[in-house]
Design a protein around this ligand. Sequence first.
Ligand code: NAD
Length: 481
Amino acid sequence: MNLIYEKFYIDGRWVQPETANRINVISASTEETIGQVPDGSEADIDAAVSAARRAFDDPSGWAHLDPVDRNAVLERFADEIESRSAETVQRVSAQNGMPVSVGAASEGTAPAVLLRYYVGLMAALPTEEVREGLFSGTTVIRREPIGVVAAIVPWNFPQSLTFMKLAPALAAGCTVVLKPSPETVLDAFLVAEAAEAAGMPPGVLNIVPGGREVGAHLVSHPGIDKVSFTGSTAAGRQVGEVCGRLLRPVTLELGGKSAAIVLDDAELAPDLGKFFAATMLNSGQTCYLGTRVLAPRSRYDEVVDLLAAMVASLKVGDALDPETQLGPLSSARQRDRVEAYIAKGLGDGARLVAGGGRPTGLDRGWFIEPTIFADVDNRSTIAQEEIFGPVLSVIPYANVDDAIAIANDSDYGLGGSVWSPDTDRAMAVARRVQTGTIGINSFDMDIGSPFGGVKASGMGRELGPEGLAANQVIKSIYRQY
Ligand code: NAD
C-alpha cells in the first residue's frame, strides 16, 4: 500500500493545500511508509470553515432542505461508504494496527449503519411540535440544526468515531468540518470520495487532516457553532476551556479507566471471548474498556489464572491477517508510553502474571505482549491512569459494596461491565457504578442508545436520539392567533 493524496476535499472540490507540509503515514504492523497526504494548516481550516459557513447560511441550502431531500443525499452517501467498506477496513488496520477482524464491524459496517439510522430518525421524528400555552395561545417548538460543526476525532476507531459525529450532524441539517488525526488519514480520504460520489452539496462536508494546533485553531474559529470532540482527557480539558470562554456548545468524549466487576457467582470461562472484548479490544486502545478487573477475594486466584490463560491463547500479529486477535499498538510513541506504565506497575509492587515485554518473532511493528498485573492497589498509577494498551490490573475486593466503592474510586466514568449469571444482581450493581455506560456479561455498544461519560470521561452524549438532539437547537415560537 502506498497511497498519495495531493489535495483536500473542501467546498465539494479537491483543492490545493495552502502549504507544502505533508503527513507521512506509517504502518503500525510493518513500520513501512504506506501513504502521504497534505498536512492541514490554519489557512486550510479557514477555507474549510468558510465553505461550511456559506453552505449552512445559504437560505435554500442544506439546513433548509426538506429532511426528505437531505435524507436522499445521505442514503446515497451511505451506499457509497458501504461500497468502500472493505478498502476502509484495510486502510484503518494498516495505519493503526487494529486487527481486520475487529475493524470489519466497527470501521467497515458501522459507518453506513449510522448514516441510515439517523436518516431513519429524521424521517420519524417531527421537527416541530405544537403545545397549548399555559395562559394563552400556542407555542411551536422547532428543532433546528445547530450550525457549523467542528468534528475532531482520534486514531483508535477513526471511522466509527467519525460517523458517530457526521451522521447525526448531517441528518440534522448541520454542515461539518472534519479534522481526522494525523495517524489515520488515508481512510478519511475515502469518506471524501464517497461524499463527492454521492453528490453532497458543496461545503456540507469538508475534511482537513492535521495535528493538535490545527485542531485548536478549528475549535476557536469564529465560524464554528458547535464542537464535537473525541480524544484524550488532557486535550478535552483544553477544548472545553476554549468552548466555555466562547459559550460554544461542545460534546466531549474523553478517556476512561473503567471497571470490569466479576461477581462471586460469575462463570467467566465460557465467556472469555466477550471478556476479552470488554477489557482488551484493539490492544487496549478503546476508551470504554474495563481495564481494572475487580475480582472477589474468594475467587481471586482463579480469575487471575483464567486471565493469564486468556492472554496466552491470543493470536498476536499483523493487523491485516484475518486470524489476528491482537495487533500492534498504533505508534512508537504509544508503545513507549505503555512500556513506561508497565515499568511503573512493577516499580509500585504489582505482581506481573503474564506479558510485560515485546513478543518474540515480531521484530517489526509496535507490538507489545498482552499483560496482566495482579495484586494491584486501586490507588496506584496503573490503576488510576489510562494506559491505552493491552494491560489489565486485577484488583481484589471483599464484598459487593467494596467492589462498587473501588469501581467509583476513579477520576473517570465511561464504560465498564458486571459479570454474573444472575442478571438482576448484576443490574443492581450496574445501577450503582458512576459511569455513562456499562455492560452486563459483555460490553456491546448500541447505536440506538446514548453513549458518553461522566466525571473526567467527558460531557454530553453521542448515538441514539440524544446524539441527534446534540446537533440541534430548540426554538419556541409563541403564537397568539
Ligand atoms: P488526543 O487527545 O491526543 O487527540 C485526539 C484528536 O484531537 C486528534 O485529532 C488531535 O489532533 C486533536 N487534538 C489534540 N489536542 C487538541 C486541542 N488542544 N484542540 C483541538 N484538537 C486537538 O487523543 P488520541 O491520543 O488521538 O486518542 C486517544 C484518546 O481518545 C484516549 O484518551 C481515549 O480514551 C480517547 N477516546 C475517547 C472516546 C470516547 O468516546 N470517550 C473514544 C475513543 C477514544
